[in-house]
Structures are given as structure tokens and as C-alpha cells.
Design a protein around this ligand. Sequence first.
Ligand SMILES: *Cc1c(COP(=O)(O)O)cnc(C)c1O
Ligand SMILES: [Zn+2]
Length: 428
Amino acid sequence: MERPWHLRCIECGVAFDPLVVRYRCECGGILDVVHTFNAINRDRFRARRNSDHPADRSGVWRYREIVLPLADDEIVTRGEGNTNVYRSERLDAYCGVSGLALKHEGENPTGSFKDRGMAVGMSVARLLGVRAVACASTGNTSASLASYAAVAGLPAFVFIPGQHIASGKLSQTLAYGAHTLQLDGNFDKGMRIVQEVCARTSIYLLNSINPFRIEGQKSIGFELLDQLGWEVPDWIVLPGGNLGNSSAIGKGLQELHDLGIIDRLPRLAVIQARGANPLYRAYSAGEAVRPLAEVDTLATAIRIGDPVSWRKCVRALDACQGVVTDVDDAAIMDAKAQVDAAGIGAEPASCATVAGVRRLVSERVIAPTDRVCGILTGHLLKDPDTVISYHQGQLRGIPASLANPAQQVDAKLPQVLERVEAVLDASG
Ligand SMILES: *Cc1c(COP(=O)(O)O)cnc(C)c1O
Ligand SMILES: [Zn+2]
């Protein structure tokens, strides 16, 4: 069957067939999906929100003409996307802006934006008729892969680091039934091994090096603009680890601009953790990214030293006057305490977004009057251990200024009442 797209090397431009098992060109470059778009009507996307059809209800497949135009029976979906946009006076004050809009991708079916890319990647895996799927992961990709593979009826292999995997993510991966191989080594090592394993077996790789994952993740930007009535914000701010998501949002916005659906591009701000900041080091100096052998951050979802998609990300940043900054773990955990206390909540890496907005406002890169949208990438419950340690004041080197530890009280009414009344009195 003819397909209205092909794959193309981002380095040398060589083209490949639309449906092939391939992640890199002979020259080593990674691949883009290049579309031949037909007339796009954005009102049609909006109308599909009222449909009961699973593909229309999905916040990915609703945009299928600009994501990947598949037939209904080719689509794998769990109704991903459809995530809320939150505003909070507390967080406006914290960041020094007015009307910060936070799109919460932790509200996806497995609790992170990875589900958007996985819906598309898993659909392609089934179309290709592969025997099994695999990924290396800091946790969220494995949770998503495990769930979508189970839905699609494909065996899944997951390669996770021996340490620093959040318990929520590991639980999901085991529960959904993926074959889970815990390697003694960090994510970057697992990423190199999984590419070799997939090259030598007939297993399909579903990391964000897979160009179809990127197509699904573009829908974060599409859905956000749809929710904003197609009013382009000044900034879209998000955390950067392997840099697939920033590449995806940038590619999608560029395509909307090329199609004339939006008349300008928002600026992207990519926020890295201080202990895993290879893009930040390179981009401000105008240099190529040099992998970091040692990385460390409590924001385990972005604990990555050798980002696979950095060239795609740089392309997106260059196209929109983007910026890259970094924030240390104390800033990330402080921002997280604020996001959590606002009643919204998110995992540590997500809150690099809010810490990054705060830093960029303080440096006058973002103006207080700019319209800023931040992406919260993962759910609060992904990493409960870090939350509890923070509130018990047990994270080394992290000031816990908003610590809210549980209090031990005898199970006797007078003692309990005394404690409750003390709190009521203190709060006036
Ligand atoms: C994957 C992930 C990121 C990083 O996204 P990249 O595409 O690797 O840059 C950030 N936050 C969370 C919660 C994630 O799961
Ligand atoms: Zn090439």
C-alpha cells in the first residue's frame, strides 16, 4: 500500500521506504518521517473531541493527518493524550510570570508523555509484523512500552539501569508483563546495548531514536495549541534528557508553520538537570554535544549523558530562537514542592520545567508578561520514594523548605484533638 510519507536521514538526506525496520542511515545519521500533507482542516481536529470513536478520542490519533495517517484498523490506542492545562497563582508568583500554563502529560494512561509516541510506534511495529519490541529506559519508556505491547499482543523486552529507577516505573513495567533486564550500568550503556541487540535479532526498537515515536510526541504541541484556540504562546518550556520530546514538539510546530496553520513559532526552552547537561554545555557555546560519561540527578527521567536526538533538538532550537538552560537538584526539588503544594503534582524531571522558567525569568530571558506554557512530563506517583524522602528531610544536600512530614500521635482522642487544635490555632 502507498503511504504518504517516507523516511529521510537528517544528516545526508538519503530517503528510505515508509515502512522499513531502520533507525539510522548508512552515514550514521538518525531518521525523520517526512510527510506529503493533504489539505489540513484544524476545525476537524476539534470536532473529533465529541466523537466516541477510539481514534478520534485519542489526543494523538485525533491529529492523525499531521501525525501519521493510518487506517482505523492499523491504530493501537489507549486513549492517550487529552491532558489538562493548569494555571496556578502560586506558581505564577514562584516563577515571576502571569498566567503560566502547565500541560500535564503525567495524565497519560501510564503517567507520562511517552504514551503518545508509543501509540504510534506500537502501531508501526504491528504493521511491520515484528516478533517483539524493546527499549532501554530510565523508567517511563519501559512502563509505556510494556503497557502498549500488552495491548498490541507483542512480547516486550526492557533494559533498565541497575540503580536509580523510580519504583512506580519499575512496578508498571513488571505488572504489564515486559521481560525486564536490569543491567549494571546507566541508561546510556543500556541504550548502546539495546541497539546492538535489536540489530542482531528481529526485535523492533521503540526508543525515541525510532522516528515514529517522534511523530506521536508532536501531538503534545498540537493538542496544546488546540486547547489555546491556536493562539501561539511566546514560550514552550520542557525538560530535556534524550532530547526526543523537544525534537518532536519542534518538528510538529515547524510543520504547522509550513502548512500555514500557525503564523509564527513559539520559542522552545529546554531545561536540563545540572548533573546531566550535555546539551546546555554545547548549545550556548555553539558546539557539538560531547557525551558525559558521569551523570547524576534526582530527576532520573533526564539522567542521560549521551542524548540520541541532540541534532534534531538543535535543529528545532535554531529554527525558533530556542534556549537551553540547566537547574540543580535543589532548584528542581524546590520547584517540585511548589508544583505539588499547588495541588497539581508531578515527578522530579517534570519540575525542571518550572525551575527553568523561574531561572529564565530571573535572567530576563523570559519577560514577566510573556505567555509561557510549560510541559509537566510525568505523574507525581512515578517516584514516591523521592517525595517521602524530601518531606522527611532525608535528601542529602537538598534544603526541604516545604517539608510536610507525617506526625506520630498516640491513637487517643485527647492527644489527637490537641494536635489538630494546635494546627488550627497556628493557621489563624
Ligand atoms: C522521558 C522523560 C523526559 C525526557 O524526555 P526526552 O525526550 O528524553 O528528552 C522528561 N521527563 C519525563 C517524566 C520523562 O519520562
Ligand atoms: Zn545519511
